[in-house]
Design a protein around this ligand. Structure first.
Ligand code: 6GU
Length: 227
């Protein structure tokens, strides 16, 4: 999958992209990640990308000409890609969306900044996505969140393909069961007996009950939707 990220702050992505999972995916040719500096499409000698809002108000707004030029250049180089604008007023991101995006040939993520995009830019994108109900200063962190959650679902990236299917949210509306490793006892807390005996059916039943208890405690909103 080819993933382009259009951003004013490409340096923000250096650390995260050198990290293990994404690095491995790129190394194995399963994902190609390309940073596009929006500044390169800025207007005039100062490479202007933003301006004050019509109608007044705080902050600056991203101008349509540079952003749409960047989107069009990215689309030409990444045919068939879905263009997603990152904005707090978009559709709420989910694991289901991550799974859907992981099947696409390409993705173009548009990270906004300042007070947001000129509304006319949104005519040139395929979708608008928010990663949750809180406000961030820009779309860079959301782009990283989407990139991480999508790339790890590409077949061959995780290694053990089962681990992606086993975890929280792959079973819709249930959090993941608790995990234990050595030591068998830590500061008076022992590993549950059932995990040490190795009866697969009992372990599966225990894990499911634990997952349900965890969901009831931390995310009761999810249980309303589950069977
Ligand atoms: Cl996609 N952008 C910004 N600026 N804030 C957010 C967000 C996106 N998703 C949640 N908060």
């Amino acid at each position: 999958m080819k993933i382009d990220i259009i951003t004013l702050f490409p340096d923000m992505f250096k650390g995260p992209f050198d990290m293990s999972m994404i690095w491995k995916a790129q190394d194995r040719g399963l994902a190609q990640i390309n940073l596009i500096n929006l500044r390169d499409f800025g207007l005039g000698t100062r490479h202007t990308v933003d301006d004050t809002p019509y109608g007044g108000g705080d902050g600056m707004v991203l101008k349509p000409e540079p952003v749409v030029a960047a989107i069009e250049a990215a689309r030409t180089a990444n045919p068939g890609a879905r263009v997603i604008a990152l904005t707090p007023s978009g559709h709420r991101y989910s694991q289901a969306m991550a799974a859907e995006l992981s099947e696409l040939p390409g993705l173009i993520l548009l990270a906004g900044h300042y007070e947001g995009f000129d509304e006319r830019i949104l005519t040139y994108v395929d979708d608008q996505v928010s990663i949750g109900d809180y406000v961030l200063t820009g779309g860079e962190l959301p782009a990283m969140v989407i990139l991480d959650s999508v790339v790890r679902l590409i077949p061959g990236v995780l290694g053990g393909e089962a681990s992606a299917a086993d975890e929280s949210f792959s079973e819709p509306d249930l959090l993941e069961y608790p995990h234990y490793t050595r030591p068998q006892e830590f500061r008076g807390e022992a590993v549950p007996e059932v995990l040490q005996n190795g009866h697969h059916a009992e372990i599966a039943k225990w894990r499911r009950a634990q997952a349900q208890a965890k969901t009831a405690k931390f995310r009761p909103d999810l249980l309303k939707n589950s069977n």
